[in-house]
Design a protein around this ligand. Sequence first.
Ligand code: GUN
Length: 297
Amino acid sequence: MLDVMADVTRTLGGAVLMDGNRLRDEIVAQLRVEVEAAGSPPVCLATVLAGDDRPSHVYVRAKHKKAEEAGMLSRGVALPGSASQAEIEDEVGALVDDPSVHGILVQLPLPEALDPEPVLALLTPEKDVDGLTERSMGRLVRGLPGHVPCTPLGVMRLLDRYGVPTSGARAVVVGRSTLVGLPLTLLLARKGVDATVTLAHSRTPDLVETCRQADLLIAAAGSARMIGPRHVQPGATVVDVGVSRTEAGIVGDVDFDAVQAIAGAITPMPGGTGPMTIACLLQNTLVAARMQNAFPA
Ligand code: GUN
């Protein structure tokens, strides 16, 4: 059972709506208070965006807007889709060497012709606010302090805020991406969180049955509305991380209208995990500034 806050919104079917916009706004406001209380030292997030993928441009714009609201500075490096591997690596290298930049995010996916691995490999662990480099991921696996990828971290913050119990819960994560599924599996299984986690994916033979075991079901496969009511145990918490562009518009991995009638708690899409990714990116940026002695401890 959820130990929910008094003022939650519920869906038509009675599920608790896990409102990512609201929690993001709270986190951004709190960051602003922290920054101002420290005398507003410059804390700077840099983004690197290559090509003209429209959704990526929208996401990056939102990151800059929220950084400003949090009292932070931001810098955007935009490269044409024709940029060479050397050009993007030069740009990222310059940001790594620039002491006035505390966090760097390379927006993915890069255009087809660019290999993200050598680009990400340039980031130092302190500035890797997206937590996607080998070293940050390795630290997560080994349980060492470091930046944690923002979307999985945002999911964990939502679960915490809405009082979703994790200790002893059966969690099923659908999707094995390095951006979300893999790190989220690690976070859910961590000591202190203590869920028993199954990582399901497109080759899982009995996906419906597997998902129905879940007290906590996290859909992160990027497959439009793949999770329907058959997949959901009554009362389960359902978190939608998917974003797919379809003829009907942008939809998540969860068939929200059908699933909300069964779930105990559910994230909307949009307005669920997406805003939380940005909130956690900004939190990581403040931590990054602290690591670089640019912000008081
Ligand atoms: N593209 C979609 N989500 C993300 C994210 O969290 N980080 C980066 N770098 N690229 C993304």
